[in-house]
Every structure is written in structure tokens, then in C-alpha cells.
Design a protein around this ligand. Structure first.
Ligand code: ZN
Length: 317
């Protein structure tokens, strides 16, 4: 009853290169995510996407490589845009005061020991401010809660973690799920911080367990190729985070900031914090922070404030 088309579009993020846009043909036509920018839009047009026939653009989450051409398709073709309310709230915060939004994130970075020179660079080139135009122009016609049907037979599942409002579409009849960046093949979805108190990794691990209960057969991820058996991949991602926490506990034998811990962690392709570009550095420090926050919630590390910076130390278990 459902037919799926995948459109791979170029994005301007070095480590990912492309993002997936899907069309679900059922009783209504749903577009899942919309790429990053002009290049994504052109690629969709080249691939012959019939924008005017789309009923709703469902955005899995607010990140720029997933929402890029939504405003354009919306304005030119009158297509409705839907996203989870928690990510819509985040976009509203960006609109109200982009500088405050950026600074609140950088305050957490600073509190966690990121050196002033790096913070200075992050102030100048922040991805949210670089793409402000996109955030300002989208109008959200539908604010989702999770649990509702976006079209007959297609249910929205709220799976916070990668972002507060991250959501998937689940088609029970086909046992398939469109996950955005909640579950990806080959790369572990980036889990960062939201503020200096919310345990985003804890939220994410819970979301993974909930997704596991669906036992979805086919996963249509936001990047790379669709794949079979959601639960096998979910188990790998959970054990990746478990290993990461063990690695961090080994590093934090003495009081250290999250930044110092990130400097000692192993990163893919043998990168070190100092060899990363700003975006990668943002992700890496964010990962260290989210793991430490979760470990603190679980009683695996303790935290203290020293000279205006958080330091962490592993607790023996
Ligand atoms: Zn994302």
C-alpha cells in the first residue's frame, strides 16, 4: 500500500556529504526532511520531485541539513510543514534572539573548560547564525506531539536525544521507520547537550529502547543507505555509548573538565580535538559533555565547580 522513494542530496557538511530526503506515497504524499540548502533543492528538482503534489513536509528535527529547502517548497507550492513541538520551540528561541541562543550554548562550552580562543572562533562562525535565514523563513503549520498519524497508517514517534524534538515516522503495516538522525548506519548519531542540566544521553538511550520495542524491519535513515533490522543497529549504538562511558571513566581518574576529557578520548579517523574543524570540535566536546552529564545522573562521576569551570571525576562502582 505504500511506496517509498529515496532522494540523496548533497549537503555542505564534510563528514556527511549527503542527506536523504524521502517521499512516502500512500493515501497522502509525505516528504521526509528537505536537505540543506539551494544545492539540495536543485538536486530534488533534477530528480523530478513533484513538489506541488506533496501534502506535508515532515521534518525529523531542526538541524540545518534536514530542514534546508522546506521554506522554499512551502512558499512556492503551498506545502504544509510539520515538526515536533519541542524543536519548533527551539527554532522560536533562535528567532527571538539568535545571539542569545548561540551564547547560551557557548556558555555551557566555556563552563566545561573550552579554551577562550576556541570559543572566540565559535562566536564568529556558529552554524545556527550562518543559517539564520532558513530558520527565520520556515512557517510551521503543524506542531506535533508524537503518537499522532501524519497521514493514514503513518505514525509520528517522538524520540528525543539527538535533539529535544527528534521524531520518526513509523509505518506499522510495512514494519518500516524513518528515523532522521535518531538511528544511523555506520556512524553514531551525535548526542550533545541542551543546557547545563538536561541529561540528553539518558533521554536518547530511553528513546532507543522505545524504538526497539517496535522491532522495525526496515530503517530509512537521514544519512547513508536504508538498512534492515533496526534492533541490531540499536544494540550496537547502545553498546557504543556504554564503551564511551567506560573510556571516559578511565580518563577521569583525576578531576578534569569535559574539554580535557575530550582531548584524551579516541575519535574516528584518528582525529584529535586540535585537528578538527569547528563543527567537528563542537560535536566532540558536546559528546564528552553529554556523556559526563549522563554519568553524573547515573552516579558514575561526580562534578564540582572550580574557578568557574566544571570538573568531573570518576566514582568507583
Ligand atoms: Zn541532526
Amino acid at each position: 500500500m505504500f511506496r517509498i522513494e529515496r532522494h540523496e542530496v548533497p549537503i555542505e557538511i564534510r563528514a556527511l556529504r549527503t542527506a536523504n530526503v524521502y517521499e512516502i506515497f500512500g493515501r497522502k504524499r509525505i516528504m521526509v526532511d528537505s536537505g540543506m540548502s539551494e544545492a539540495s533543492y536543485r538536486e530534488l528538482a533534477t530528480q523530478g520531485m513533484e513538489f506541488g503534489k506533496i501534502d506535508t513536509i515532515f521534518l525529523t528535527h531542526l538541524h540545518i541539513d534536514h530542514i534546508g529547502s522546506a521554506h522554499r517548497i512551502q512558499q512556492e507550492f503551498g506545502v504544509k510543514v510539520a515538526m515536533h513541538k519541542d524543536d519548533i520551540r527551539r527554532v522560536e528561541e533562535i528567532r527571538e534572539s539568535p545571539e542569545d541562543f548561540r551564547d547560551s550554548l557557548l556558555d555551557v562550552m566555556r563552563l566545561n573548560g573550552t579554551p577562550p580562543a576556541i570559543i572566540g572562533e565559535m562566536v564568529k562562525h556558529h552554524s545556527v547564525l550562518d543559517h539564520l535565514d532558513t530558520y527565520i523563513r520556515i512557517e510551521f503549520d503543524t506542531s506535533l506531539e508524537g503518537g499522532e498519524e501524519i497521514a493514514p497508517g503513518i505514525r509520528v514517534i517522538h524520540n528525543p536525544g539527538h535533539s529535544p524534538g527528534s521524531s520518526s515516522l513509523y509505518i506499522r503495516e510495512e514494519s518500516s521507520i524513518f528515523t532522521g538522525d535518531h538511528i544511523l548506519p555506520g556512524i553514531t548519531p551525535n548526542i550533545s547537550f541542551y543546557d547545563d542540566s538536561t541529561d540528553m544521553l539518558g533521554m536518547y538511550l530511553n528513546s532507543l529502547k522505545e524504538t526497539r520495542s517496535l522491532r522495525a524491519r526496515t530503517v530509512y535513515p537521514g544519512h547513508r543507505e536504508p538498512f534492515m533490522n533496526a534492533n541490531a543497529r540499536i544494540d550496537q549504538i547502545i553498546s557504543h555509548h556504554e564503551n564511551r562511558m567506560n573510556e571516559i571513566a578511565g580518563i577521569a581518574q583525576e578531576w578534569k573538565t569535559a574539554y580535557e576529557i575530550a582531548e584524551s578520548m579516541k575519535w574516528s579517523r584518528d582525529r584529535t580535538i586540535s585537528s578538527m574543524n569547528l563543527l567537528e570540535m563542537n560535536f566532540a566536546i558536546g559528546e564528552a559533555i553529554s556523556h559526563l552529564m549522563h554519568m553524573e545522573a547515573e552516579g558514575r562521576v561526580e562534578r564540582r565547580l572550580m574557578g568557574g569551570k566544571y570538573q568531573y571525576r570518576a566514582l568507583s562502582r
